[in-house]
Design a protein around this ligand. Structure first.
Ligand code: MN
Length: 225
């Protein structure tokens, strides 16, 4: 093998080892695509700095545990009690952060580009009575979550029913130990970093604005998956 190719391969391997297995997912829209509801500066900082930090910290925590690196993120979060104690909180916070944000970005779309299909409308009506009631309940849950966390629409494990639940910090309904375990189909970040630049203390305005940028196609796809 030519020496310079050998060096190139060696460098790639080193770069992979240093960067770890997790990375920021590509966004399917520009930072300014969700304006005026989700503003460009917030999107840039939220994606690069906040989500970026979760990825970096998660990779750093797993460096010494190659056997854990073979598990999927969902497996890791679903069996937190099996994770070595010295990295458990780090994996919970940063693995949770990576999982939640990766899902969150896919649940957003530029305004006016998706809408609730008749089928999805029927499902929401069956579970909540009407779309209006569903939205009101979701908003109420978002405002009742004290401090940082997330509000979710999940398909509850076991019952298969749609439920609105909230979690603190970067916890999620896929985590072991969560009393309302289920599959998330809609999520909203309630951390101040998600809205403070544009909405300051007005979380209610941010939650209302969210309805303009929900990717309803993805919600329905997750429901069917
Ligand atoms: Mn966030």
């Amino acid at each position: 093998m030519k020496r310079r190719y050998f060096l190139l391969i060696l460098l790639s391997v080193a770069a992979f080892t240093l960067s770890g297995q997790y990375s920021l997912p590509k966004l399917s829209y520009d930072y300014n695509a969700l304006e005026p509801f989700f503003d460009e500066p917030t999107m840039k900082i939220h994606y690069n700095n906040h989500h970026g930090a979760y990825v970096k910290n998660l990779n750093a925590a797993l460096v010494k545990y190659p056997e854990l690196a073979e598990k999927s993120l969902e497996e890791l979060l679903g069996s937190l009690n099996e994770i070595p104690e010295n990295i458990r909180v780090t994996v919970r916070n940063n693995g949770g952060g990576h999982y939640n944000h990766t899902l969150f970005w896919t649940l957003l779309a530029p305004p006016e580009t998706t809408k609730i299909s008749p089928r999805l409308e029927r499902i929401l009506k069956e579970n909540f009575g009407s779309i209006e009631v569903f939205k009101t309940e979701f908003e109420k849950a978002a405002l009742s979550r004290f401090g940082s966390g997330w509000v979710w629409l999940i398909v509850e494990e076991g019952s298969g029913k749609l439920k609105i639940v909230t979690t603190p910090n970067q916890d999620s309904p896929v985590m072991s130990g969560f009393e309302n375990k289920g599959k998330p189909v809609l999520a909203l970040d309630l951390w101040e970093h998600a809205y403070y630049l544009k909405y300051q203390y007005k979380r209610a305005d941010y939650v209302k604005a969210f309805w303009n940028v929900v990717n309803w196609n993805e919600v329905e796809r997750l429901l069917n998956a």
